[in-house]
Ligand binder design. Sequence first.
Ligand SMILES: [Zn+2]
Ligand SMILES: [Zn+2]
Length: 418
Amino acid sequence: MKRLEELPEHATPSRDCPKCKGHGLLTQTLGFHAGVSLCDCIQPSPCPRCGGSGRILALMEGVERVGRCKCQILPDRARLFNQARLPARYADATLESYEARDDGARAAKEAAEQWVRDYAAGTTKRGLLLHGEVGRGKTHLLVGVARRLTLEHNRRVRFVEFTLLLSELMEGFERGDGRQTVLAPLRDVEVLAIDEIGKGRCTEFELAVLDELITQRYNTARVILATSNYAPGNATGEKTPNLALHGRTYAPSASSAAKSGDPSYYDRGLRVPTLVDRVGDRVYSRLLEMVGLVAVEGADRRQLLHNQQNQLAQQHQATFEAPPVPAYAEPRPAEPRRGDAQLTALRVTLTSQMTPSILSSRDPKLVVQLERLLGELQDVEEGVRPERPVEELVRDVLHVAGRLGLPAANRKWGASRG
Ligand SMILES: [Zn+2]
Ligand SMILES: [Zn+2]
């Protein structure tokens, strides 16, 4: 009988496979989420070492123990990755593919890479909070970190977008599930990655639930990773994004504002809410104990992408060729409408009509839904390529606004458009 080591290794990808480049895993999307599957260069026949059971008997320190067969390494990693539920539009985002075009972006990328190394080596128990203005690639970095943790370090990660986290928790409560049942999967996962913390309405009830979740993770020393469009720092007393800034939420530090030549918010006397204004003292101070802060600065990647696409479109107009898709863009069906005044007017009007008395007397599910749609609308205004035609998004916005009884739902949309 052959010794275990002499049997051929199973489930090893072919080094020169053109499809997976020898990694053995292929990226795909599973509905709203990113996923990976095993490449078909990996033989499907049962593994000669474990006979397909995944278990082997190995001699460890003179004692025979049941262990996991090496053929399970890739399937295990794929499972961890798929369970992380990373957003589908970042299916291909890796730390390697994060393009650092300036010092600010480079520093953020290095900090993220260093953090993964430290965490995997067990030298840090603290998480990370990536903060910066919209479009700096914070989500890309967060996804890149999650990808590495699952695929290279076998860590269990759960990614969740903040407003979806809140609505998911609310839906659980409405179904009548107990508080702990609803919180359990988010409370117990080794690493919880929260994207865009502070976004949305942040009602008192939502914040109380968030507080509970974060406190429970704090008490069990479990790691939180997060991104935020809101800056850390002292409270300004301003709760809502300043509409005079077209929904911009992030006040850069005075020094970085001076460096970039950006007219400082402070000079203009405008107050911009900070993260503590959005999530409250308790949640914020817990977070500060649990994470290291990393500013993600640099140029607006969405603006860069937009300019790049415009240039490409112009270059290719003469030959009627479709412009090639830049490295970090995903093909989307609709065009962005950066700075579209009509969209902004609609969003601003609806936001102003969502007064506390309206909000407290309406179906909270609808409120969360409208909030999410308005966030989508704001993304479109900021130059993000929409997932679907803008007209369709606006139709949904008006429909939900109508069910909430907001007067702006009755305005004629598109009448003035050509
Ligand atoms: Zn392959
Ligand atoms: Zn095996």
